[in-house]
Write a protein that binds this ligand. Structure first.
Ligand code: SAH
Length: 208
């Protein structure tokens, strides 16, 4: 997976590649999907949600570029796979999920893996986590129609926000960086995520 899906497509950060080689993706999937754990695809994790394709996890992590000890806010814990990647890289991860069943399962995985420095919260991550702000990095692993206003406000100087922005069918990965002259945006490619459900993003489940 690391050689053919990540390195071959331009992921260069050796720490990201080593972390994803170490982390057992099958632990983040329902047992009947274990055989597909290293497929080049997102996979269902229950509750209508998905674990991201490995390449997208690597791309977003590389764009976020967390350093050891950085405080990182993650929105959309899901399976906890992205959280585990960030924690193994030495970030202090504050992760928010709106669905209790998924959060409980993810917390169990963090315990099994012996990962430290992860704080979880049940709720609407589009509001950020003001009590823990500012963050050196904010990563949103669900799609939003626009950047929810509270998030850039909680970004430390030099911090980066990585978020898929677009409609329900497809989005563009946007990287916002808080530089000396204000926020600077760049685009990092097309992606497809499940929606961020919030009064600040998509207000209804598309199938509801
Ligand atoms: N990072 C995850 C991918 C999760 S999919 C992984 O590695 O597995 C997106 C997740 O965002 C889903 O679990 C969904 O329930 C959650 N989500 C959607 N809207 C949310 C919101 N407003 N606040 C927090 N989590 C949200």
């Amino acid at each position: 997976m690391v050689a053919s899906q990540l390195a071959a497509r331009g992921i260069r950060d050796g720490r990201v590649l080593a972390t994803m080689a170490w982390l057992p993706r099958e632990w983040f999937l329902p047992p009947h999907l274990a055989d597909e754990a290293y497929d080049d695809a997102p996979l269902p994790i229950g509750n209508g949600q998905t674990i991201s394709q490995p390449f997208i996890v690597a791309l977003m992590t590389e764009a976020l570029a967390p350093r050891r000890g950085d405080c990182v806010l993650e929105i959309g814990t899901g399976s906890g796979y992205q959280t585990a990647v960030l924690a193994h890289l030495g970030a202090r991860v504050y992760t928010v999920e709106r669905l209790p069943d998924l959060l409980v399962e993810a917390e169990e995985r963090f315990r099994r893996l012996g990962l430290r420095g992860i704080e979880t919260r049940l709720g609407d991550g589009a509001a950020g986590w003001p009590e823990r702000a500012p963050f050196q990095g904010i990563i949103v692993t669900a799609a939003a129609p626009a950047v929810p206003p509270p998030l850039p406000e909680q970004l430390a100087p030099g911090g980066r926000l990585v978020i898929p922005v677009g409609d329900l069918a497809s989005q563009e990965l946007v990287v916002l960086e808080r530089g000396p002259a204000g926020l600077v945006a760049r685009r990092a490619g097309g992606v497809r995520f499940v929606p961020l459900i919030s009064r600040l993003a998509f207000t209804e489940e598309p199938w509801g």
